[in-house]
Ligand binder design. Structure first.
Ligand code: GLC
Length: 721
């Protein structure tokens, strides 16, 4: 599609489409209009056969197209639904590479087409407010600017395949255990500066076609039908023209849903099914023939139109938005782009995202990269070395065509020459403590090997074959604390003692408490959930075939109580409410301003080469500021640096964070190569949200522009007046 065509295709709203939609709506009966605004099965919404309007087919999720299953959520057998399992959300964010965001989205869109899905239910972009939130592994970051840049690429990647993305969960869904009931209370400034910018960028830069409302309440109203979040901000201020769908069971009131902007009700059957089951039990086994007519936006909505309490025009507006998305996803013109499934290209993207997302946290004495030549033996330790993660975590589960585990990846790289000795080391099981026999085996293996590599950290749950067997990094649960489970600390300390040439690879969805042994470990790597090619990516980083370039998209605290949500705010909520008392001081905005030293800072990530910054300059031109710097790869091997630009306001009465990320660039340089890098900051980079003025203002005073390799590794700073 040509650029112009693409641009036109990008905007959800054009006159030709509107005319076509108006004609269609005029032909529809009220029953037909009602049919399209609620689900017709667990993952489809109603169509109108008479008028050639198909059902919309949705599918999770953010990391790949979910396996097929029926209404009662039992996985279908014998279907072609084993696809590409991409690295999870925060691995993608850790690449700090928007181009990869686009490639990632393209894979998702193409595989959604292949599986005949019209809407892929991703990306998940909720702010990582507490390290305990079970779904952090799906999300991107603690920083709204990084989220915005990574999400927009992803959304465009999906939608350029003619599939709709569905950015979620709008808004303030930052904890899992009580997600269906908790009422989130935060300042307007925190909402505008931290929790909304990712969604605003998705709408205004990404032109996202659909958005998913969240389970939680916001200031007393269910977010999915919050007049303020949906009517005032999303559709009013931001001009969103697509459809807002509920989360599965997040609609709770017909009138609110109709009047406060919910366009499509999904998944209520989970709620109704339970009530129907209880009704069935109570009324002698009579089950309501059509559960879907019991949806809040079904018979009850029709009755309100019939009795005049709701104008039919309210329903028409929802139908219009749904038809807009159908037009954008070629559902009405039969021109669905032919999808590709699990291709070598898709697998290559999965590998690339993992390679660029892995973060080298510590590397003392140059233990890494390892050299295969001359390496007589390697001990591989930990259940995470052999664990496959694709089917874990809840709705983002993917049936992977294959998943290269860390152990397999190592064996692929080392081949037959270097013997690899595996020891389980610890066991993933409910209430599992340190297992002295397993630890002893691991110590013996480590002691007799040249190097030891421990794959440890978090896991999704215990048994992925059971849907609700979630435990740590998973939907519907929050971690109880940051303590390493299953007695891993004892194992790690013992192995470090046995062989100082030990590398610790942390897998999982984010920070974990490593304070017990971090000072004794020479090398530590964050591997996240790196997708189907993750084992190969990890091996290539450890053995230097890939120079790590990942940077942390969230702060790793030394201990849980150092986290602002726990130190200043509340997590999780109690008595049905959660107060975000930390306000705008989320993540590094808190650690830097309140001078709390983290274990590893936002934006931290080491390389096997070094970079020098020189000739930094800042120049104001009107409201904008041009920032220049020379970046040189001063080391002996090619690598990539993520240049981070932070803005700080000097001397102001306005309460402000020490610094805020306002630009970044990932630059690939050969050894010795130097590049001039330029940033253009607009006036927006210097604004804050003023609650009195209810708008964005620039406080008087000067600003410092900082350039760095991490939020705690600033390499240059200049003042601009
Ligand atoms: C889940 C999740 C949402 C998912 C939906 C459909 O409860 O919150 O992210 O897309 O339901 O599975």
């Amino acid at each position: 599609m040509s650029g112009a065509g693409n641009l036109a295709a990008q905007s959800l709203f054009n006159t030709a489409a509107e005319a076509k939609i108006t004609k269609l709506i005029r032909k529809m009966t009220l029953d037909e209009k009602i049919a399209v605004i609620h689900a017709s099965s667990s993952f489809t919404s109603g169509g109108v056969k008479r008028l050639g309007i198909p059902e919309i087919t949705t599918s999770d999720g953010p990391h790949g197209v979910r396996p097929e299953h029926g209404r009662d959520w039992v996985l279908d057998e014998g279907v072609d639904d084993a696809g590409t399992y991409l690295p999870t959300g925060n691995t993608l964010a850790a690449t700090w590479n928007p181009t990869l965001g686009y490639a990632y989205g393209s894979v998702l869109g193409s595989e959604a087409n292949y599986r005949s899905k019209d809407i892929i239910l991703g990306p998940g972009i909720n702010i990582i407010r507490s390290p305990l939130n079970g779904r952090n592994f799906e999300y991107l970051s603690e920083d709204p600017y990084l989220i915005a840049k990574m999400a927009v690429g992803y959304i465009k990647g999906v939608q350029d395949q003619g599939v709709s993305a569905c950015v979620k969960h709008y808004a303030a869904n930052n904890e899992e255990a009580d997600r269906g009931t908790v009422n989130v209370l935060m300042s307007e400034r925190a909402l505008r500066e931290i929790y909304l910018p990712g969604f605003k960028a998705a709408v205004q830069e990404g032109q996202v076609n659909s958005i998913m409302g969240s389970y939680n309440k916001f200031r007393g109203q269910h977010a999915t039908h919050s007049a303020y979040l949906v009517n005032t901000i999303l559709k009013g201020e931001w001009g969103f023209k697509g459809l807002l769908m509920s989360d599965w069971g997040s609609v709770h009131d017909t009138k609110e849903a109709l009047l406060n902007g919910t366009d499509l009700e999904m998944g209520t059957d989970l709620v109704l099914m339970n009530s129907t089951v209880s009704q069935t039990a109570s009324n002698g086994g009579k089950v309501h023939e059509d559960l879907y007519s019991q949806f809040f936006m079904a018979d009850a909505a029709k009755a309100m139109v019939k009795n005049g309490s709701i104008k039919e025009a309210v329903i028409d507006e929802k139908v219009r938005r749904i038809l807009r998305v159908m037009l954008k996803t070629h559902m009405l013109d039969g021109k669905r782009i032919k999808g590709v499934y699990n291709s070598k290209n898709h697998q290559a993207t999965a590998l690339k995202v993992a390679e660029e997302g892995i973060v080298l946290l510590k590397n003392e004495g140059g233990l890494l990269p390892l050299s295969a030549a001359g390496l007589k033996s390697v001990a591989v330790i930990g259940e995470n070395a052999t664990r496959e993660n694709a089917m874990g975590g809840g709705s983002s589960q993917v049936k992977a065509k294959y998943e290269i585990t860390p152990l397999e990846g190592l064996k692929n790289l080392l081949g037959k020459e270097t013997p690899v000795k595996y020891a389980q080391g610890y066991k993933i099981a409910l209430n599992q403590q340190a297992d002295s026999a397993l630890i002893q085996q691991a110590v013996t293996a480590a002691r007799s090997a040249d190097v030891a590599i421990i794959y440890c950290g978090w896991t999704h749950g215990y048994d992925y074959s059971k849907w609700d067997n979630n435990a740590y990094d998973a939907e519907g649960v929050d971690k109880p604390n940051l303590d390493m489970p299953f007695g891993q600390n004892e194992l790690i300390k013992a192995v470090l003692e046995a062989n100082p040439k030990t590398i610790v690879v942390l897998m999982g969805g984010g920070p974990i408490d490593i304070s017990g042994w971090v000072d004794h470990a020479a090398a530590i790597v964050e591997g996240w959930y790196p997708g189907m090619e993750g084992g190969n990516a990890l091996a290539k980083v450890l053995f230097g075939q890939v120079n790590p370039s990942g940077k942390l998209p969230m702060t790793f605290p030394k201990k849980l109580e150092d986290s602002p949500a726990h130190h200043l705010g509340e997590f999780p909520g109690k008595n049905g409410e959660v107060h975000y008392n930390e306000g705008i001081f989320v993540g590094y905005r808190y650690f830097d301003t309140f001078k709390v030293k983290p274990q590893y800072a936002f934006g931290h990530g080491l390389s096997y080469t070094t970079f020098t910054y020189s000739a930094m300059s800042v120049k104001r031109n009107g409201n904008a500021v041009t920032v220049k710097v020379k970046l040189k790869n001063s080391g002996s091997r090619a690598g990539a640096e993520v240049l981070q630009l932070y803005v700080k306001q000097n001397q102001t009465k306005i309460e402000k964070p020490e610094k805020e990320l306002k630009a970044f660039r990932k630059i690939f340089l050969k050894a010795g190569e130097e590049q001039l890098v330029e940033f253009q900051l607009t006036a927006d980079a210097f604004k804050y949200y003023d609650e009195t003025q209810k708008g964005w203002l620039t406080a008087p005073g000067s600003f410092n522009i900082m350039l760095g390799s991490a939020s705690d590794d600033i390499r240059g700073e200049r003042t601009v007046l």
